[in-house]
Design a protein. Structure first.
Length: 295
């Protein structure tokens, strides 16, 4: 250290480099926890995403869909049974089969498509996707959270179907209080059977700003799935709408191609739900990561 440096009132700064570097490194280590702390933060972050999506869901039009879709199925099935009372036995099995006939072919798959469009609509109406890039949440985490939350109104839709069917059968048609167990079981199994369809409709709703476009694609899938199912083509297990339809019609007497609640009918459904579901959910995660949330 020379005298001119001290005289000018300045101190050497050579030693400050390592100190500042060490400070920055220490700060970096403190701001990026690793191990259990990191996994805990990620877990808590995803839970907060689910809570945020649940709050958005409360204010969306998804609940209107969850009520109207099963209501239409129950009204259609009841009127169809009553209108054919001279040819169709007036009992619980016939009533629930008539309801399931229309519900499985069209109403439920389109209902799932409408629910997915409703959940994603809030993101397309504003700048939520762009704003998300400034948050610590990845686009994949957001997409998965939004997709998982779709199962809530799907479950509600199935529960409402069972309740409305019981009201129609016991109070309107006078068939007594005991409804078929197969109808209840297949109805709630359909929540699991809807997993591939939920994934693909969420993917379409994420990529398309239009509310109606993903629903139109779902309608095409309904037609294809019904065609494969009616002809007993094994490709029905490769169509999400076909998988959901076959799950809903387990134990139904309205369709000759309907399966039963046994291992022979459920095994191919389980394989297709797991296999196709894994592919479509993986595709959803991959596409959401590549798009980066940019809209």
């Amino acid at each position: 250290m020379n005298s001119s440096t001290i005289t000018n009132g300045t101190l050497p700064t050579a030693a400050t480099g390592p100190v500042s570097t060490m400070t920055a490194a220490s700060a970096g280590k403190l701001s990026r926890p690793v191990g259990p702390a990191a996994s805990g933060r990620e877990h808590g972050g995803f839970v907060s995403l689910l809570i945020a999506e649940a709050i958005k869901l409360k204010r969306s039009s998804a609940w209107v869909v969850a009520v109207l879709v099963p209501l239409l199925a129950v009204i259609t099935g009841t009127f169809n049974l009553y209108g054919n009372r001279e040819t169709i036995p007036q009992n619980w099995v016939s009533l629930t089969s008539q309801m399931t006939l229309f519900y499985s072919m069209m109403f439920c798959p389109l209902g799932v498509a409408l629910l997915a469009s409703a959940v994603w609509r809030v993101e397309h109406r504003g700048t939520s996707w762009n704003a998300m890039r400034t948050t610590p949440h990845s686009p994949t985490a957001v997409a998965l959270a939004k997709t998982l939350i779709i199962f809530v109104p799907v479950l509600a839709m199935q529960a409402i179907l069972v309740v409305l069917a019981w009201i129609s059968g016991s109070l309107v048609m006078g068939l007594g209080p005991a409804m078929p167990t197969a109808f209840i079981v297949s109805g709630f199994l359909a929540v699991v059977g809807a997993a591939p369809l939920v994934a693909v409709q969420s993917l379409l709703s994420m990529l398309m700003r239009s509310f109606a476009a993903p629903v139109a694609v779902a309608f095409v899938g309904c037609v294809v799935g019904f065609g494969f199912g009616a002809s007993q083509n094994p490709l029905v297990y490769a169509v999400p709408q076909g998988i959901l339809s076959k799950t809903l019609t387990l134990g139904s007497s309205a369709m000759s191609t309907a399966g039963k609640l046994d291992a022979a009918s459920m095994l191919p459904l389980v394989v297709s739900i797991v296999g196709l579901g894994a592919v479509l959910w993986g595709l959803l995660a991959l596409v959401s990561r590549r798009t980066g949330g940019a809209r």
